[in-house]
Write a protein that binds this ligand. Sequence first.
Ligand code: PLP
Length: 395
Amino acid sequence: MIYVDNNATTAVAPEVRDVMLPFFNELYYNPSSMYPPAQNVAHEVKKARQTIAQCLDIEDPSEILFTSCASESNNAAIFGSAAANSSRKHIITTSVEHPAVLEVCKEMERRGYRVTYLKVNKLGELDMREYVRALDEDTLIVSIMHANNETGVVFPVEDLARIAKETDPKIIFHTDATQTMTKLPLNYQSGLFDLVSFSGHKFHAPKGVGGLYIRKGTRIRPFLIGGHQENGRRAGTENVAYIVGMAEAMKLAAKTHAADSERIRKMRARFENTLLERIPYIEINGRGAARMPNTSNIAVHCIEGEAILYQLSEAGICASSGSACTSGSLESSHVLKAMNVPFTAMHGSTRFSFSRYNTEEEIAYITDVFPKIVERLRNMSPYWDKQNQRPIVRN
Ligand code: PLP
């Protein structure tokens, strides 16, 4: 199988697996226990926190909170901020966030909060004027993702955070950096970011471990209570093996990032240019906006994404129609809807997301197979003019 769905999850790096293994057998102790072997395990958790802080250029490792995933981090960030700052009742987010932010915001609305969902343009970009207008004296938190998981479009979170802080330093700025962690930098020492969510399985650590950066001084209530772990900020025995694995994955990424991202960027450019040459009536969603180098979201007019995915999978290619959370349902993507992608193309959108493990040979295979799949499906489509090889225009 050729795996090009790395925004859904990534393969665990062999180096990461190797450092984790001892923690399942020899080093299984609870880091809260008093005897020396357990204290050694506690020391490994401490070291992992230091490694991550070092990789991200964070001065104080205690600003890193380990969680189970980015969904938990996002929930903790928003619910925890609201619980600790009850006088403010307004939240700003965007219409294209991951459901782990959007659904939390909807829940906050049910609890009486006002939520502004910022719109995006056709390229998936925000309107800064709309953002500035939305900030007010009641704004508790701004939660805006660093890069979109479906299109790879990157938001200028540093500018957005600066504007929020200049408007009112008490506004909490949270960014969901799940797709960008280890791939795009954030300046933590700027003091602009109060909360940053991430997840290990997006950068070659296993599923089930994530983190929340909490800038010192940020008022936030624990989301999970009932234990003293993580300095009283999250109850629950630490997932030691996975925490150690996530730190190793970050270290690995820090070493290889520059070369990987350049290679992936070139590979993606070849991929997109070849498809644009070989397939008529396709659009690359978000092309023209600042984009992650590894993501390619391709809208194919006149056919269904589900059919494309099925045929890709028959050809041994794992891609997706959007986020893993929406695939499996026939609901069209809220992100592409927000970008006003034409109806005839929205349903035929396919996301390819690459990692350092993808090769040129794989790209050549996909760019060979994909046009044939599109041609076959279009020739069966009631919306496609087979004779003239173009969409049927109905008045
Ligand atoms: N936020 C974004 C932007 C994501 O892409 C994802 C996963 O796809 C998540 C949050 C949720 O991550 P997790 O599966 O670790 O909860």
